[in-house]
Design a protein around this ligand. Structure first.
Ligand SMILES: Nc1ncnc2c1ncn2[C@@H]1O[C@H](COP(=O)(O)OP(=O)(O)OP(=O)(O)O)[C@@H](O)[C@H]1O
Ligand SMILES: [Mg+2]
Length: 245
């Protein structure tokens, strides 16, 4: 089934979800999520295991599943809810999935080149290497033989090789040592400084909140908090209830 028809004008926000409902078959997972992200902002999307964070990110990127059955998704006035995943990607929505999806049998550089689409509006390979010196050193190494942290860098770099208006990072710090987490954090800060808007999903809420301007908390597919990152850091009750930190 297709998403519901457009019912209203695009909101002013750079990026917005309006009452999005999404399903895996009969399973009702994303239950009426509305949120807004301003241009250049980092939004932390937090919540317990199974809260629906990945599902929300997949809905935004217009993955086949979960299917968005109701609601609207807007990027700079464009109706993303009417797009297929490749159109959302072309519109500038780039999802870096939790499993990183490095392509086996290809070097670092081949993974990067494959991500570029003609006409290329993303970062040039040289620019990527400038920002990711570890990838430059390993350009001829097979991508899947990289360390976890390096694979995460490659996954982010691949997103940048396309035009990025909204970067969706699903658990970029998962399984990484604190020193590598810091390195990835610097990369995200650098991306932010270039005006790229980001939604970051993280179990490591403290690390995500260090970067984020604002935060939302999902619980059982519904938003239970929207506010500034600082408000959440200051609210022990919310953190205990929904994040266990
Ligand atoms: N392909 C699927 N088919 C059916 N149900 C699914 C599917 N993928 C996820 N779910 C269910 O949707 C709910 C939300 O899952 P989701 O992966 O979005 O959570 P999450 O917040 O990202 O959790 P985590 O922190 O563990 O990554 C869970 O109950 C999960 O079992
Ligand atoms: Mg997840």
């Amino acid at each position: 089934m297709n998403a519901a028809p457009v019912t209203g004008p695009a909101p002013d926000a750079f990026f917005a979800l309006r009452d999005v409902h999404a399903y895996y078959g009969e399973s009702y997972i994303v239950q009426g999520v509305s949120l807004e992200v301003r241009k250049g902002e980092v939004l932390a999307l937090l919540g317990r295991n199974g809260a629906g964070k990945t599902s929300t990110m997949r809905a935004i990127a217009r993955a086949d599943e979960p299917a968005v059955m109701r609601g609207e998704i807007w990027l700079e006035g464009q109706p993303v809810h009417q797009m297929k995943s490749w159109q959302a990607s072309q519109a500038g929505i780039q999802l870096v999935p939790e499993d990183r999806r490095i392509i086996p049998g290809m070097t670092v550089e081949e993974n990067l080149i494959l991500s570029q689409v003609a006409p290329n509006k993303g970062w040039e390979i040289a620019q990527i290497y400038e920002h990711f010196p570890r990838l430059a050193e390993r350009r001829n190494q097979e991508g899947i033989t990289l360390s976890g942290g390096e694979q995460q860098m490659l996954a982010v770099a691949r997103a940048l090789a396309r035009e990025v208006k909204l970067l969706l990072l699903d658990e970029p710090y998962e399984g990484l040592a604190p020193v590598i987490v810091r390195e990835i954090e610097h990369i995200v800060q650098d991306i932010k400084a270039r005006g790229i808007t980001t939604i970051i999903v993280e179990q490591n809420a403290v690390a995500a909140l260090r970067l984020a301007d604002r935060a939302v908390i999902l619980d059982s597919g519904e938003l239970v908090f929207t506010g500034s990152a600082q408000e959440l850091l200051d609210n022990a009750d919310l953190r205990n209830r929904y994040l266990a930190i």
